[in-house]
Design a binder for this molecule. Sequence first.
Ligand code: DNO
Length: 356
Amino acid sequence: MKMTLRWYGSQFDTVTLEQIRQIPGVSGVITTLYHLMPGEIWSREQIKALKKEVEDAGLSIAGIESVNVHEDIKTGGKQRDIYIDNYIKTLENLGEENIHLVCYNFMPVFDWTRTELARKRADGSTVLAYTQAAVDALNPEDMFATIASDTNGAVMPGWEPERMAKIKELFEMYKDIDEEKLFENLKYFLERILPVCDKYDINMAIHPDDPAWSVFGLPRIIVNKANIQKMMNMVDNPHNGVTFCSGSYGTNLENDLPDMIRSLKGRLHFAHVRNLKFNSPFDFEEAAHLSSDGNFDMYEIMKALYEIGFEGPIRPDHGRMIWGEVAMPGYGLYDRALGAAYLNGLWESIEKGAKH
Ligand code: DNO
């Protein structure tokens, strides 16, 4: 595996490439052109400039998170072919610049959903948290308002104000879309983009829905082992793979995370590893990465990745806000650096243990 950190670009991130470079064992970043909206073409010049900036800091681009998918593609709207053509053009430009991993999601309207961005834990740190009762009590517009007031000035991925301004329209687009239809639209999209992924050896890594169930009555499909198998079988191509995100699949306590990892051998292209602490099955908060701070056995998760011969990029995921840092919730430097060091430590001991 290759340890990386997510970086939103110098205009958007409080964390610098110089700081990332100093985290032991981190050699690459997972990044994006954060200012571009879903559906826009990423030009070669923009990609080249991003690459140069990262490489000048002594790091490499290990993959893109995300090239976002336009809602017309997810809903099978009238303009989907135009937006798929744009997506293909972006993939070609990434391929020409030697970038071989693209993380994306197929979540309707909202990307990840949390109900609190700064829940205080006993140690004084603040973390992202989710309570189903809060979602049930809010309508989507109010939900956006509560999120927007708590972001430490950052634009949260998937919750861009431009998109949220159109939230009613977006919900309208999904009124006839059920899970089956969403799967069909995903299939249509994948069938069109995979030839270009084959040509440039680009691994597409779909991110799970977070939380792994329907919110506000919207269909959500990338939620469990059976559905991932369905997604992979419907377009059976090794470039059609997944991002394994422990904190997203792990929201549903019925998902057996190490077992899911083992079932993804050869199709798991990217890993997000983090821990969750459950207060009840429908109230959880994002804990420190350490196993004992949450509900997941991080050793078993890393061991499963090791056992399937995972060679792709991995990143510590959302961190707690600690030591007075002010940053995008989940994406500060300090706790993610601790997470990277811990995951590297687990990996080293698993690897050496296996060789002895
Ligand atoms: C949240 C992230 C997601 C993820 C996208 C991938 O912090 O895990 O926004 O990047 O769903 O497309």
